[in-house]
Design a protein around this ligand. Structure first.
Ligand code: AMP
Length: 281
């Protein structure tokens, strides 16, 4: 496995081989877990070359967010990505990605303002910008993302469509711990009692899913139930619990069509997100 730190070396490599070989790309911020590895393994199956990027993107963090303390362990990531089948780790520095005088940012209107965009203003501008840059550098045929970050997936799909970027966006299921907690690098922040409390997120979503599957269609009632379940957990503070149109991310008042049910919950100082999609006739 190769490690490429230099942007132009990565781009030259990709431009040279992209006509003959399919490049599968997995962008990450590192501190890998099984969720990331599931993306690498899928990319391995479907492409000739698998590129993983590790870049903690400063412009997607708000001034009071956890950029500085975001977990990093390159050696561990290197071992894990190699065993999952990556060929290349692209590991640029933020000074190279955003040199002095950098001025270009991408906004995906409307989609960026809902759900996580409300409590993290500017976050998706940072995400769209870095992903577009990474696509230009890595020149992938396929790029792999996780459903856990549902809004991110929808924004990236819209961006690649709007900018005619020739890449297939593949979204893979959320990988979970055996007790249901969605895997996340940020789970490493959780103290043991917070780790237990964090289960309230997946448990609440599952309870709501079961209610819908057994015929409940009243969003107000379902919202009240979700709020109650989360309130029961003393270490949890709800940021949002949302029923949204899966394509527009707009809040819905009636359960029909393709619905994204998602939640963001603070457990102590850690903000966790999770969701499920459901098609309703
Ligand atoms: P991150 O390093 O958190 O930016 O995530 C990099 C990629 O891995 C994103 O496409 C995430 O959606 C995806 N990812 C993160 N957690 C999971 C998970 N539990 N299951 C599947 N994919 C995930």
């Amino acid at each position: 496995m190769k490690i490429i730190r230099n942007i132009s070396s990565m781009q030259k490599y990709s431009l040279k081989c992209r006509d003959k070989k399919k490049i599968g790309f997995v962008p990450t911020m590192g501190y890998l877990h099984e969720g990331h590895l599931s993306l690498i393994k899928r990319a391995r199956k479907e492409n000739d070359i698998v590129v993983l990027s590790i870049f903690v993107n400063p412009i997607q963090f708000g001034p009071k967010e956890d950029f500085e303390k975001y977990p990093r362990d390159f050696k561990r990531d290197e071992r894990m990505s190699k065993s999952a089948g990556a060929d290349i780790i692209f590991y640029p520095s933020w000074k190279d990605m955003y040199p002095e005088g950098y001025k270009t940012y991408l906004e995906v209107k409307d989609l960026q303002d809902h759900l996580c965009g409300r409590s993290r203003p500017g976050h998706f501008k940072g995400v769209a910008t870095v992903v577009a840059k990474l696509f230009n550098i890595v020149q992938p045929f396929n790029a792999y993302f996780g459903q856990k970050d549902a809004q991110q997936c929808i924004i990236i799909k819209q961006m690649t469509r709007d900018l005619n970027i020739p890449v297939n966006i593949k979204v893979l299921e959320t990988f979970r711990e055996s007790d249901g907690l969605a895997m996340s690098s940020r789970n490493s922040y959780l103290l043991p009692k917070e780790r237990k409390a964090a289960l309230v997120v997946s448990r609440t979503l599952l309870a709501i899913k079961k209610n819908i599957l057994s015929g409940e269609r009243n969003i107000n009632l379902l919202s009240v139930k979700a709020n109650k379940l989360i309130k029961k957990e003393p270490l949890a503070r709800l940021d949002y619990f949302s029923f949204a149109d899966e394509n527009t991310l707009e809040k819905i008042t009636k359960l029909s069509g393709n619905v994204l049910v998602s939640a963001a919950v603070w457990i102590g100082k850690t903000r966790l997100i999770d969701n499920f999609r459901i098609g309703i006739k």
